[in-house]
Design a binder for this molecule. Structure first.
Ligand code: SF4
Length: 296
């Protein structure tokens, strides 16, 4: 009996987070374009910019005839898709004025951040966006108002710039790390007398980040499934990695063969917001198969 329970205790377990797979915004965009493909089988459907930061999804879309373009003017003979991260207001106006047929699939939560930025500007605040300046979502928010400031880390809060701002209205990139946003906010408050902070990190992101924080401390190893090009995947890596040094990034199911989890017995699986469910299921099955072989 004692031997039996010892054996059960040593069996490896793989738990999967309830927050895996596409976030609501990405899911919505994919559903819209798939419906469009069915309804308009012959139409050229152009995706403006990377619709998701996941190479597997992009390759699948390409195989199904969707074309990714950076310049919306190339979509004159088809339908243009504005992706879930959104675009600057002026660019949307340009698309409208061009007469190109388009579908705006910007996530409602990103639209809300854009609206808050416009409203803060209207109320006399200098809009400050906490986020990565190279990310399309941040560029889309910045493009809603004149002169938005973008800061991605406390080091980017330049005293001279923020001393010259009398009142700052702050919004946050939807996938930003909350603790880092708080550090940036604290630094801005040192220089700018009036600060209005709107926490616009979306709920799907908050749920995933909180889960990563809690579970990283409870499991021997964390496996994050997603692309290294995805900001929210990298954020999950960084949150879990700060609490658990056995945190691994896996982009494809085959990657689990190369993991070196040492003597880990309890695994917890997280995913980025643009990782498809079938990739997660295949990765988890492969990991379980590998661990059960090692248990024998
Ligand atoms: S991460 Fe959040 S805001 Fe961004 S697309 Fe997904 S649900 Fe929308």
């Amino acid at each position: 009996m004692a031997g039996q329970s010892a054996k059960i205790e040593t069996k490896a377990t793989v738990d999967v987070s309830p927050y895996v797979g596409f976030c609501g915004g990405v899911n919505r965009t994919i559903k819209i374009i798939e419906k469009l493909r069915v309804e308009r089988p012959k139409a050229n459907i152009y995706l403006l910019g990377k619709i998701v930061h996941n190479e597997i999804v992009l390759a699948r879309l390409k195989r199904r005839g969707f074309k990714t373009i950076e310049d919306h003017r190339l979509a004159r003979d088809g339908i243009l898709i504005v992706q879930s991260h959104g675009i600057p207001a002026a660019r949307l106006e340009e698309i409208k004025a061009s007469g190109i047929e388009y579908v705006d699939t910007t996530c409602p939560m990103v639209k809300d951040i854009q609206a808050r930025a416009r409203s803060l500007h209207k109320d006399g605040f200098r809009v400050v966006i906490i986020g990565n300046r190279r990310h399309e979502e941040v560029q889309g928010i910045a493009g809603q108002v004149p002169d938005a400031l973008i800061v991605g880390s406390p080091a980017e809060v330049e005293p001279a710039v923020f001393k010259a701002v009398s009142q700052a209205g702050i919004v946050v990139q939807s996938t930003f790390i909350r603790a880092e946003a708080e550090r940036i906010l604290k630094k801005i408050r040192r220089f700018t007398p009036v600060v209005r902070f709107e926490n616009t990190i979306c709920k799907p992101t908050s749920d995933r980040q909180k889960d990563a924080r809690v579970q990283a401390a409870r499991h021997d190893a964390i496996v994050v499934i997603g692309s290294p090009t995805s900001a929210n995947t990298r954020n999950l890596m960084s949150i879990a990695g700060a609490r658990n040094r056995r945190t691994f990034l896996v982009s494809r199911p085959e990657d689990v063969d190369n993991l070196k989890p040492g003597r880990s017995r309890t695994f917890y699986v997280l995913s980025g917001a643009s990782t498809p469910m079938d990739v997660i299921e295949k990765t988890v099955s492969r990991l379980r198969r590998r661990l059960s072989k090692e248990d024998r």
